[in-house]
Design a protein. Sequence first.
Length: 327
Amino acid sequence: ERRVDPQIVVGLLVDRGGFRLEIGCFEGLTAETTTILPIIRQFKERHHLEHMVVVADAGMLSAGNLRELDEAGFGFIVGSRTTKAPIDLASHFRWHGDAFTDEQVIDTITPKTTRTIENGPATKAEPVWHRDEHPRSWRAVWAFSAKRSARDAKTLTAQENRARAVVDGEKAARTPRFVTLKGDATVLDEAALARARRLAGLKGYVSNIPATLMSAREVISSYHDLWHVEQSFRLSKTDLAARPMHVHTQDTIEAHLTLVFTALAVVRETQARAGLGIRSIVRQLRPLRSATIAINGTQQTFPPQINPEQKAILDAIHRPRTQALSD
């Protein structure tokens, strides 16, 4: 919950289809970046797993977390920040300038820290990451999309217009992006704006999985499944009423979360079988009611009237799938 004083922090581990695998809760003052390793280790130990690949948003993983994941034997794929592109793509910018083609993918390396740069613009070919040959770097995959570039350009233009309005005194003085102070005056940061426009359309990914095991496009595809995590959280917060919580002890909080995330597993499996969203399923099935009438000591039950659409949903729900969602 986006509050300055959250009651608890919930860690949720799901598979690529959004099926809940593991859940843990921490005290509200716990930083999100410190929750991921305990949840993953807990799941690995419980199920005696040897190889796991963790996919997470860049905001969840610090440099220390990446190092600890690697040392613990986990593979990882995380989003990279666009500000790292000039260093990672130094060779490309020198030899090719700002030229990118739609859906172009560049497989290179990125430094683990800003003080350990192993990639330079002297060679035209991008280095192929290898754990032994590049001990101070991770693998980096950068992809360019013309569609993303157009969207980024539109956003940057809007931000530039807001910045110019502040500089020109047309709007109340504040510090939007691309506005900087020079003495007592606000000025447009032309250099920062130019750098941002140069990187429009780029999206980066960081991994410790070598190209021999996973291609660059497989890395990108795996990261794009991450939206299932956010969808599971939205389902939990709204449809499954995970919050607000009206309990205050550890046992009752954990019991509440256990019920919520058991329901999440049922919801995910139901959606997978029916091929519909849970709200649509509930809306169509909620009107179904049976009635039992007692007359003169006898009881008669009248089943609900089920239309073809409702029957199709019920049949799909009761029909076992050939492969479980969590497999």
